[in-house]
Design a protein around this ligand. Sequence first.
Ligand code: C2E
Ligand code: CA
Ligand code: CA
Ligand code: CA
Length: 280
Amino acid sequence: SKNKGRNRYEFFSYEMEELAIEKRRLIEEIRTALAKNQFELYYQPICESDTNHVQKAEALIRWNHPQRGLVGPAEFIDLAEKNGLIVGIGQWVKSQAVRDAVEFNNKSKTPFQISVNTSPLEIDDGGKWVDQWIEASKRYNLPAHAILIEVTENSLMAPDSAIQFHLKRLDSINVDIAIDDFGVGYSSLAYLQQLDIDILKIDQSFIQNLEKHSNSITLIKAIITMAHNLDVKVVAEGVETQAQYNQLKHLGCDYIQGYLIARPMSKDKFIDTYLESKIG
Ligand code: C2E
Ligand code: CA
Ligand code: CA
Ligand code: CA
């Protein structure tokens, strides 16, 4: 009925209002978080499947919220992207990751690489994003290949886009490039011809289906074969079981990342577990 319709509309609009207020509050809180240094980078090990060595880790942002405790990126990255705050967050991530990469390399016996997530909205800013990487790597004396930038396929959609140009500049200063969530994007594979990609990260969804669908095995096999023919290494993400690990190792996957190895952890815990314990 008409009446019912109106009530529903009023209820809906009340909810929308609440949501809008909640969003505005969150935006203000993100600004405060940047100003008060409430963000922190956690690290998750990436394990070489042949040797079991950990010489790579992915940096994953966390927010030490004064009331809510540790907040994950799923709760604020989307909103930050819509409000341009992602640029400020990205700047913070960049300088923290570069400093951590220098520290990890000082504490590790072998070269260590930190992989850093990037939003496409950060990259396409007329070259400032690359300039900041270049500047930070000079300022902190970053070793070559100590940073790997993770971009999603969707950022690389247009064949001759500005983003590709910026990534080529990064490559020329020996920052490596990975394709994150590989296999679920809407992109063609043309960028593989144009860019020097170092790593493909197979999306978690393929790994989760590994035991259920034989299709997954076929796809993973094809991805690994293609990557290796292009001289690109492969990381499997979201590996949770020993059976998945064994299967992936059997298929020739170069690196394993997931809860089976370890959950993301604070920088200090990471150093204790994977770097300093190796000394002596
Ligand atoms: P992502 O880049 O695909 O990162 C992998 C996510 O999977 C992480 O969630 C990680 O904690 C989780 N994960 C790792 N192993 C497993 C596993 O075995 N099982 C399951 N179920 N999950 C696993 P997290 O830390 O919540 O990050 C979510 C997303 O937020 C990331 O997805 C990335 O897109 C984004 N993100 C994280 N840090 C940053 C950052 O510094 N900058 C930007 N722009 N985005 C970030
Ligand atoms: Ca990632
Ligand atoms: Ca390279
Ligand atoms: Ca991913």
